[in-house]
Write a protein that binds this ligand. Sequence first.
Ligand SMILES: [Zn+2]
Length: 175
Amino acid sequence: MLRWAATDPAKNLTDGLGYCFAGGGIGYTPGMSEIPNVNVTLEADIEQMLARCGVLLTKPRRVIANALLAHHQHVTAEQLYDQIRQSGHKVSRATIYNTLGLFAQKGLIRPIYIDAASTFYDSNTSHHHHFFNVDSGKLIDMKENMLPDTLAASLPPGTELETIDLVFRIRDKRR
Ligand SMILES: [Zn+2]
């Protein structure tokens, strides 16, 4: 079942960030099992969400949103491109890159920068950190936010935390 974020979109529209779903997104909690099937209700929900975010609904954007937001996933632009092609839709790479940029700007997805060659897009925009397996190339949600209590005390004077994006690079155990 689709779980919507508890955030009030109307409030977020006025928070000055330009995000219509800041910190909420489609509202999955890290570690939740994936929701494999797109159904009509979900597609309608996604369209409503895009409209609320002021995203003009074109056919390619609809295709991209349904592929991206129907379940919780971490994908690169290239992976999404392959996924969409395999589902029988034709959307150009340029459109995918542009649309991912637009969705990220609207707070519908969260970009996770790994290195110069790869940025993942997370359909779960709630606050959470990641493991990146350098062997499998997979990005995995961390179920708990394991941050030291001393972090706040060690900030440079006169600063405060804005956001924290942690990616722990892991690898398969060597024999
Ligand atoms: Zn994630």
